[in-house]
Write a protein that binds this ligand. Structure first.
Ligand code: URP
Length: 416
């Protein structure tokens, strides 16, 4: 029995305390594990049907993980899970199966350590996890937002800008090796320094092709101004639009973290033809956890594509306390980054989530034909009435816009 399960057996009070200190849910790594450990198999199946949906009318299938990969995951202490989304066989198209991977991780060294040591320690930690993904035949792999540094943007201190790297910098070079070695597309969300434009800093995802080439980049479109997410101190709203990258394994796009709260952002990647949209994130329980399982899944349904959601794990403590104008007393950390990375499919099914507190690698096989099958079935694109919304948005942007409100004439009549 693993430690977290033992903790789950303890009484209510200590469960509560434990979930705060180690990020578990009443001693379990995830809600899915809590449910499967506590519900009768038949009840659990019914609950899973409602929570995770069905894939081709069946519960989502797990993929058997080879012993070699299992030992890597226990040796390096990361959660490893693998699932397969199903699609109908078509008569006129070959199926387009791809294996996609998501990595979530905590930082390694304290945030007081020299910056280069902090970054290199993350490289070292990620090596065996990326090797496991490569050995398991992952075609497209995505890392978490700003994976090469602590998420220091709560502090507003400018010294963290030192972590920013050019698109072809050390972090990209580190990942290019794996892309070549495993013939794998890698998405690398980093803090970018644009040396050709006055050293401007961006929050950027770099798309590395399966030959180790840089296909392109996308800069985070929506920058949060909520809670401790003081990111607007560091970088501006991105200027790359909504690019879709045509790779050897399908058309992919990246909606970085806070962009997931913006349905039009998701829509735009869909309109440009994305088949998989990745959402590399850094977000904490107190702020966003109830939203997390909903937004990506809704985007996958509404836009008929797959979504890979990734969140970092752990609590990152900074040397100097900070405040964020939300009335809270000064503090030194964001709170707990709750991991819980998962995939959502266009047919409304989704995988169980990775651990809420442990590093992890989540794999999923998906037939990209499912995207068009869902478009044909539900016709969301066909019935979208974009012209109505284009017209409303065009009017809304004008200074003389007036909301279309029809008031009940009786509302303003004096009663006799
Ligand atoms: N990294 C980031 O944009 N976080 C904002 C908080 C959230 O969107 O949950």
């Amino acid at each position: 029995m693993e430690r977290s399960e033992e903790i789950g057996k303890e009484n209510g009070d200590s469960e509560q305390k434990q979930s705060v200190t180690d990020g578990s849910i009443c001693g379990y790594e995830s809600l899915d594990r809590l449910l499967s450990a506590n519900l009768q198999p038949q009840v659990c199946q019914e609950v899973s049907r409602l929570l995770l949906g069905l894939s081709c009318g069946q519960p989502l299938q797990s993929i058997a993980i080879p012993e070699s990969a299992k030992s890597l995951s226990s040796e390096h202490d990361f959660d490893l899970q693998a699932f397969s989304f199903c699609a109908d066989k078509e008569l006129l198209r070959e199926s387009r199966m791809v294996r996609v991977g998501l990595i979530q991780n905590s930082i390694v060294l304290p945030t007081t350590a020299p910056f280069l040591d902090q970054k290199r320690a993350i490289f070292q930690k990620l090596k065996p996890i990326i090797d496991t993904a490569g050995a398991l035949g992952v075609n497209i792999l995505c890392l978490q937002e700003a994976w090469m540094m602590p998420f220091a943007f709560c502090t507003r201190e400018k010294r963290w800008c030192e972590f920013a790297e050019p698109v072809d910098g050390e972090s990209t070079q580190f990942l290019q090796e794996f892309a070549r070695k495993y013939n794998m597309v890698v998405i690398s969300p980093i803090l970018e320094r644009d040396v050709n434009h006055g050293e401007t800093i961006w929050n950027t995802a770099i798309i590395i092709g399966n030959h180790g080439n840089i296909i392109g980049k996308h800069r985070k479109n929506h920058i949060p101004r909520v809670g401790d997410f003081n990111e607007s101190t560091y970088y501006m709203e991105g200027n790359t639009g909504h690019p879709v990258f045509e790779t050897a394994y399908g058309k992919i796009a990246v909606n970085i973290c806070y962009g997931r709260h913006h349905p039009l952002n998701w829509l735009a990647f869909g309109l440009n033809g994305a088949e998989i949209v990745f959402n590399p994130s850094a977000t904490v329980g107190e702020l966003s956890e109830p939203m997390w399982p909903i937004e990506a899944r809704n985007a996958a349904i509404a836009n008929s594509y797959f979504v890979g959601s990734i969140n970092r794990v752990g609590t990152e403590t900074f040397p100097n306390p900070f405040t964020s104008g939300d009335g809270k007393p000064q503090h030194s950390d964001f709170g707990h980054f709750y991991g819980s990375s998962h995939f959502s499919a266009p047919d409304a099914s989704c995988t169980p989530s990775l651990s809420r507190y442990k590093d992890g690698l989540l794999l999923s096989d998906m037939d990209l034909n499912l995207c068009r099958q869902l478009k044909d079935k539900w016709g969301f694109r066909m019935t979208a009435r974009y012209e109505l919304y284009a017209d409303l948005l065009a009017r809304y942007l004008k200074p003389d816009f007036e909301p279309q409100v029809i008031s009940d004439p009786l509302l303003h009549k004096k009663s006799s």
